[in-house]
Design a protein around this ligand. Sequence first.
Ligand SMILES: Cc1ncc(COP(=O)(O)O)c(C=O)c1O
Length: 196
Amino acid sequence: LSRFGKVATAEATNVLSSEERSPSLRYDFAYGHSNIELFPFEAWRRALLRNARKISIPDIDYGSPSGTRALRESICAYLQRARAVICDPSQVIIVNGSQQGLALVVRVLLEPGQRVIIEEPQYQGTRQILRAAGARLIPVPVDHEGLITSKLPDDARLAFVTPSHQFPTGVILTLERRLELLAWAKRRNAIVIEDD
Ligand SMILES: Cc1ncc(COP(=O)(O)O)c(C=O)c1O
């Protein structure tokens, strides 16, 4: 295995999938489960059947590697409505979940050995991706206002943050600290990655 392969394999063995966890647990505190009862199965089934009937050859042929254009347009419209983000479908890439998204980010932005800020405590999935990429992790603590920006180090290439709902504390990063983080990134020529 390559260095990446060895680290990724070692990290992966620490994680149990839902099939590997004991089904007999009375209370399962593992995070990341969706409430399946809230999923609109009936509406989803109807939309799926309606659209499956109309599908054309180009719809199921090789598409853009960034993902289906209609989906990327819908995501742009949603981001504008829900997050006030003005973006273009060409700036949206569909991935298979946060792990693939983070892995792509580090592949295009990070060299092994570069310094990366992560929140302390942080989401273990982010830590695993960064370790496998050979990043030098710099944990910065979180308090009741989110990431403590006065503790940001002098320099780092990337900062991974969860400002709208810090994982795992749930704290929201205050406006003042958001502005401090942005000012820090500008000064240090660093890139902020938000895991929303
Ligand atoms: C901060 C954070 N990022 C990502 C994820 C997982 O995202 P995905 O389901 O896309 O892998 C979680 C899940 O708990 C999370 O807490």
